[in-house]
Design a protein around this ligand. Structure first.
Ligand code: RIB
Ligand code: CA
Length: 309
């Protein structure tokens, strides 16, 4: 499977990248970065640090949008720390990002691979994808599918009462991508909130027996301190790695093909994903919205893959 990861690292984004690097089924064509959890300067540096951590200096990183299509930038530094990578001290990256911006890399790469052969895994705001579609609308028919950690149905919001962060950060981009006709698999909060990184799961990560295990455990320990307090749970949700894990074992996840739209105007509900789970809108399905998951199977796969690094 050829994939491109579009990302705003973010500790959980980095774990998604590591799972992809650990999986021989996956050929990671490149990483495109976007402003989201923290600035695009930080998210780009964090993507480079992740590749160096895994010893994979062969993967190109292309920096992308510093701000959303229309809205003022928001961040999640309160969750991920000022650099977006708190929890582990990694040295400044020696690697450098490519000169080619993310949207141009996406267009060029999708044009040079057979139609339908490339999967986009989006784990941050969708700004780069929306910009690429604006520059070259024809790529919509060349993208095999988008696997996106974004939105929610019954779990509603985590950054506002109504919206999940990746959608809230750039609701116009989310609306454009979900209206593009590209096949989409949506990993919402309804899935991630069923995947709590509990103390027991954290200790199993820490005990993987390689260098990566303790790093991932420290990243999650930092990132999830905030969410554990917010949700009153033992740990916090596993978000972004699901977009890679489901490529490897799709049977761990179940959902329904329904219509999904995003609120872009209302100050109260901006970024809300309006998931027509009961088919009452009469609008055509545009996304497979996942809802149930085999949590133990997901964490067993996560550990098995990270243990290979
Ligand atoms: O709402 C969860 C999403 O917001 C994840 O992608 C996490 O990295 C943050 O960006
Ligand atoms: Ca992310």
């Amino acid at each position: 499977m050829k994939i491109i990861i579009d990302t705003d690292p973010g500790q959980d984004d980095a774990v998604a990248i590591l799972v992809a690097l650990a999986s021989p089924e996956i050929e990671l064509l490149g990483i495109t970065t976007v402003g989201g959890n923290v600035s695009v300067a930080h998210t780009t540096a964090n993507a480079l640090k992740t590749l160096e951590l895994a010893g994979r200096t062969d993967i190109p990183v292309h920096a992308g949008a510093a701000r959303p299509l229309r809205r003022a930038p928001v961040d999640a530094a309160h969750v991920h720390g000022a650099t977006g990578f708190e929890g582990v001290d990694l040295p400044p990256p020696r690697l450098r990002a490519q000169a080619e911006p993310a949207a141009e890399f996406l267009v060029r790469t999708l044009a040079s691979h057979p139609p339908g052969s490339v999967t986009l895994c989006t784990i941050g705001p969708m700004t780069n994808i929306a910009l690429a579609l604006r520059h070259a609308p024809a790529i919509a028919s060349r993208i095999g599918r988008i696997v996106a950690m974004i939105g929610a149905w019954s779990e509603v919001g985590n950054i506002t009462a109504a919206a999940e962060f990746n959608a809230y950060a750039d609701p116009d981009a989310a609306a454009a991508v979900f209206a593009s006709g590209i096949p989409i698999v949506m990993v919402p909060l309804d899935v991630t909130h069923r995947l709590q990184i509990s103390a027991a799961r954290l200790s199993r990560l820490r005990a993987l027996g390689n260098r990566i295990g303790p790093v991932v455990a420290d990243w999650f320990a930092f990132e999830k301190r905030f969410e554990a307090e917010k949700y009153g749970t033992d740990g916090g949700p596993l978000h972004d790695p699901n977009t890679i894990l489901l490529l490897l074992r799709p049977e761990l996840y179940e959902g329904r093909s329904v219509n999904v739209r995003f609120e872009t105007e209302s100050p109260l509900t901006r970024g809300m994903s309006v998931v027509d789970w009961w088919g009452v809108s009469g609008l055509p399905a545009n996304a497979l919205v996942l809802r149930t998951v085999d949590a133990d199977g997901v964490f067993a796969l996560l550990n098995e893959r990270l243990g290979r690094l």
